[in-house]
Design a protein around this ligand. Structure first.
Ligand code: ZN
Length: 387
C-alpha cells in the first residue's frame, strides 16, 4: 500500500497508523505552509500532542523547518512550520533513447535538469546517469539528497525490484536499482512512469477527494497508472495497467511486445509519426516535437496525423473506462503541450463509450514533460512516509 487511504487507517496497526498520520501532516504542511501546530491539529483532526510528536520527528529528519512567527491579534505567537527546501531528490526519467536527470525539491521544483542519450547497454546507461547526478549534486553543496527516484518505460516487480516488462527499452536483465545504489550510495526507488506520474499528482497535485483515477502516459509507447478505491493498483508482478498492449485491431502493425495491433501501435507518439510518414512518404525522419510544430505552422498532413492519434487515444480509453470507471483520466506527455488539439477529439470518443452516467473528466497533467521527473521524485517522497 503506497497511497494513504483514510478508511483503512482504523484497521491499521499502530505503526501503520503513525505513518499514515505523518503522511497526512506532511500533505497539509505542503498545501498550507507556513502553518502552526494548532492549525495542523484543527485541519487533520489529530490530537495536539500527536501533531507535536510528528513535527518533532519531521524536524529531526529535516523534512520540515520552523520559521516565521504567526501574527495573531493577541495572545501567544505560535512558530510556523514549512517544508525544508534544502531536502531534495535526484530524479531520473528513462526513455528508450534518452534519459533526463534532475534535482527536485520537496515542493516539486526542478532545480537543475539535463538530458543525455542512452543506448542498449543498461550498465553504460546507468553509469552515464550517475555521472550526471554527481555533477548536479556537486553544484548544490548546501542541499541534502534524500535518495533517488527513477521512472521507467516498463513495469517493476514490487517483490524483486527488477524490471519485468519494458518492450520499448530493449535492455537485457540488469539490476538497475542495485547499480544506482552502489554508484551513488543513496536509497533508490523505481517505478513505471505512469504510476510515478500518478503518485506525483497525489503528492504535488490536485487529487483531493478523488479515489478512482487513471493516468495515461503518451510517449514512445502508452503506459497507465491506476488508482481504484483510493489505492494504487500494481497487480501480480507489478504488471497491472498494461492497456497499451491490449489489441485494438488484430490486423494492425506488429508491436514490440510480440502482439499485433496493440493500442500503443495506434495511439503513441511513434504511431503519429508513422501516420505522417504514410501521408508524406518523402518526408525525413523527425521527432514528435517537430511534428507538433509542423501542425502548429498549419501543415494539414501533420494535423491529420495528430488527429488520428487523438481519436485512437480515445478509442483505447474505452477499455480503461469500461474496466475501471475512473472519475478522472489524467494524461501525461508531449501531447499535453498541444492539448487544445487533442482534448476535444479524445473527449468526443469518451462520450460515445459511457455505459451509464457522464464520462470521466479528462485532464492534462500540470507540467507537460516535467510530470515524469516530478513523478520520479514523488516516488521517494511517497514511499518514505508510507513504506
Ligand atoms: Zn504490444
Amino acid at each position: 500500500m503506497r497511497h494513504v487511504d483514510l478508511t483503512s487507517a482504523e484497521l491499521a496497526s499502530s505503526e501503520t497508523a503513525r505513518r499514515i498520520n505523518r503522511d497526512i501532516i506532511l500533505q497539509i504542511i505542503r498545501t498550507r505552509q507556513p502553518i502552526s501546530r494548532a492549525d495542523l491539529a484543527r485541519l487533520s483532526g489529530l490530537q495536539r500532542s500527536t501533531v507535536s510528536q510528528i513535527i518533532e520527528q519531521l524536524l529531526e529528519e529535516k523534512w520540515v523547518r520552523e520559521g516565521a512567527l504567526a501574527h495573531l491579534p493577541r495572545g501567544r505567537r505560535p512558530t510556523l512550520v514549512h517544508l525544508n527546501d534544502d531536502l531534495v531528490v535526484l530524479a531520473a526519467d528513462i526513455h528508450p533513447h534518452q534519459a533526463t536527470v534532475a534535482l527536485v525539491d520537496l515542493n516539486g521544483r526542478l532545480l537543475s535538469r539535463s538530458t543525455l542519450p542512452i543506448g542498449k547497454d543498461p550498465a553504460k546507461a546507468v553509469h552515464g546517469m550517475t555521472e550526471c547526478m554527481k555533477r548536479i549534486r556537486d553544484a548544490y553543496p548546501r542541499k541534502s539528497v534524500e535518495g533517488i527516484g527513477i521512472s521507467l518505460p516498463g513495469r517493476v516487480d514490487p517483490e524483486t525490484q527488477r524490471l519485468v516488462f519494458a518492450p520499448n527499452l530493449h535492455w537485457p536483465d540488469f539490476d538497475i536499482k542495485g547499480a544506482f545504489e552502489r554508484e551513488m550510495r543513496l536509497h533508490t526507488e523505481m517505478e513505471n512512469a505512469a504510476t510515478a506520474c500518478l503518485l506525483s499528482e497525489l503528492w504535488f497535485g490536485r487529487m483531493d477527494g478523488i479515489r478512482d483515477a487513471v493516468l495515461i502516459t503518451v510517449s514512445e509507447g502508452i503506459g497507465s497508472g491506476l488508482m481504484a478505491n483510493g489505492q494504487i493498483i500494481s497487480g501480480r508482478n507489478g504488471m497491472a495497467g498494461e492497456f497499451g498492449h491490449v489489441t485494438l485491431d488484430p490486423s494492425g502493425p506488429r508491436c514490440a511486445c510480440k502482439g499485433t495491433g496493440c493500442w500503443e501501435m495506434f495511439a503513441s507518439c511513434n504511431a503519429a509519426l508513422r501516420y505522417y510518414s504514410e501521408l508524406e512518404p518523402k518526408s525525413k525522419r523527425m521527432t514528435f516535437h517537430e511534428l507538433l510544430s509542423l501542425a502548429e505552422e498549419g501543415n494539414t498532413q501533420a494535423a491529420a496525423a495528430l488527429a488520428k492519434q487523438a481519436r485512437f487515444l480515445g478509442k483505447g480509453l474505452r477499455t480503461v473506462v469500461a474496466g475501471l470507471s475512473p472519475e478522472v483520466v489524467l494524461v501525461a506527455g508531449d501531447v499535453t503541450s498541444a492539448w487544445g488539439r487533442f482534448a476535444p477529439l479524445i473527449e468526443a470518443e469518451l462520450k460515445e463509450v459511457v455505459l451509464a452516467g457522464g464520462p470521466p473528466r479528462l485532464l492534462p497533467t500540470h507540467e507537460g514533460d516535467v510530470a515524469r521527473l516530478r513523478g520520479a521524485a514523488a516516488l521517494l517522497l511517497q514511499r518514505h512516509s508510507v513504506q
